[in-house]
Ligand binder design. Structure first.
Ligand SMILES: Nc1nc2c(c(=O)[nH]1)N[C@H]1C(S)=C(S)[C@@H](COP(=O)(O)OP(=O)(O)OC[C@H]3O[C@@H](n4cnc5c(N)ncnc54)[C@H](O)[C@@H]3O)O[C@H]1N2
Ligand code: MOO
Length: 447
């Protein structure tokens, strides 16, 4: 048993601060060091396949290859005109112009002759010579008509009228009215997105719009996730007697990926040499090692027994009490480097709750994944709750339609399906032994 008198439990906030001090600089350094050039097409394919773009942060300015818009175009369905032609137009004395050939979007019109007005559609180029657009509803007639409308059955637009040969305007128009000028969004050669910009939906759209084919981005930080335990079998493998599947590897891979990390997993038995070998062969760009299991008081605690120099102790939290923290040497002779290691307890709920408390906020803050912090709330309990008064207890729960908190299971840290059913994590601070029905608790939203 843990002996509080000789080994005081470390407060949650202190342990969180210790982890942040080691892990945040390592992740920041990795993001700055580890960049890659990717095609926008690849980012697009990843987005289409459902991958979150975060934390794809630009590491160099993305410069517009072409101006946006690339040509002067109309903001409205209307008539492209020469403003001088309408200079004297009034309601009493409208100006009549001959209607030129219409300009659909996607076509390049000929120059506009003086004394004419070209029907121009939204997004279509404004013809050379024209310097303004008058909305069709402000002209007379106030619609374009439908070619072939005179033929019975041909009208489809609801305006069963042939296009007019002449159009009248009852007011002058200002130069530039409803013309979206070339480069008004961004000029060719201008910085479209600066280094440091996170790539989200509008940014990806802007890259494509401006014709940019490749960008320099930070690579997601690489985490080596090591599940320890001789009882573990990889996901999907048939189980022998007394064996369990590696739930932690699965759950933490997903949890890390959700906040923008790349994950390499390993499953090692409770054999120090096996753990050493995994660390020696770790990929060269690993910025952080996360282990689960092997940290408590058993006879075969591979993490505790193998990783010298780590702090091992108890944090005043349940689940997630036994924890380890320090640095570990990765790589073989001549290629060794030190990275932080965070050693979580093996019970699956303990490992995931530890992640929520200690790692998720740090990784999200560095990668820009959202939400950086779990949204929080307060709600009344639907039933009484007991809590170990020396510990910060984290319980798995959900809210009913009336906004009351129901536990999705007991406090046992093996109850992974109860965590899977939960939508909130309830926090019961130290010093509280019991809460009654109706007492208000703080919670974090999990989804
Ligand atoms: N004498 C004491 N025993 C224990 C203490 C203690 O203070 N004194 N603490 C308990 C608490 S609290 C926890 S949490 C666990 C933490 O133990 P370890 O980190 O050493 O984890 P293991 O013993 O390796 O495993 C615990 C439990 O979790 C299962 N497990 C481990 N890894 C996985 C995985 N990847 N996927 C699924 N399940 C996993 C493992 O089979 C065990 O059932 O120690 C308590 N004991
Ligand atoms: O910390 Mo252990 O997680 O209480 O089961």
């Amino acid at each position: 048993m843990h002996d509080d008198a000789t080994h005081p439990r470390r407060p949650v906030a202190d342990h969180a601060a210790e982890i942040a001090e080691r892990v945040t600089p390592a992740l920041v350094a990795a993001l700055e060091r580890d960049t890659e050039r990717v095609t926008v097409a690849r980012l697009l394919a990843a987005a289409a396949a459902g991958a979150a773009l975060a934390p794809r942060v630009l590491t160099a300015d993305a410069v517009a290859a072409a101006a946006l818009p690339g040509f002067d175009n109309s903001q409205m369905d209307g008539y492209a005109v020469r403003s001088t032609d309408l200079a004297g137009a009034t309601r009493e004395a409208p100006v009549a112009l001959r209607v030129a050939a219409p300009v659909p979007a996607g076509t390049q019109p000929p120059p506009l002759a003086a004394g004419t007005a070209a029907p121009v559609m939204t997004g279509a180029p404004v013809p050379a010579g024209a310097d303004a657009v008058v909305r069709v509803e402000d002209a007379d007639p106030p619609h374009f008509g439908t070619p072939g409308a005179a033929t019975p059955g041909a009208a489809t637009s609801g305006v069963a009228e042939e296009p007019a040969a002449e159009v009248r305007f009852a007011a002058p128009v200002t130069v530039g009215a409803y013309v979206r000028t070339t480069g008004s969004d961004v000029a060719a050669g201008e910085v479209l997105l600066p280094a440091g910009a996170p790539l989200g939906a509008p940014q990806l759209g802007a890259l494509v719009a401006a014709g940019i084919r490749t960008v320099d981005v930070a690579r997601p930080p690489h985490v080596l996730l090591v599940s320890t335990g001789s009882e573990l079998a990889p996901a999907g493998r048939a189980l022998g007697p007394a064996r369990v599947h590696d739930a932690n590897g699965a759950a933490l891979t997903a949890a890390l990926a959700q906040v923008g990390a790349r994950v390499t997993t390993a499953v090692v038995p409770d054999e120090p040499d096996d753990l050493r070998r995994v660390l020696e062969r770790a990929p060269g760009d690993v910025a952080l090692v996360v282990t689960t299991g092997g940290v408590s008081a058993g006879a075969f605690e591979v993490v505790r027994q193998t990783l010298d120099g780590l702090w091992f102790g108890h944090v005043a939290v349940q689940p997630g009490g036994p924890q380890g923290l320090g640095t570990v040497v990765l790589g073989g002779p001549g290629a060794q480097r030190e990275v932080p290691v965070v050693a979580f307890p093996g019970n699956p709920v303990s490992a995931l709750v530890s992640f929520e408390l200690f790692l998720r906020p740090l990784v999200a803050a560095v990668t820009g994944a959202t939400p950086a912090r779990r949204p929080t709330g307060r709600a009344p309990l639907a039933a009484p709750l007991n809590s170990p008064p020396a510990l910060h207890q984290v319980r798995r729960a959900s809210l009913d339609d009336a906004g009351r908190v129901h536990m999705t299971g007991g406090p046992g840290s093996h109850l992974l399906t109860h965590l899977a059913a939960a939508t909130i994590l309830v926090h019961v601070p130290p010093g509280v032994a019991r809460l009654e029905r109706g007492d208000v608790v703080d919670y974090w939203e999990l989804r």
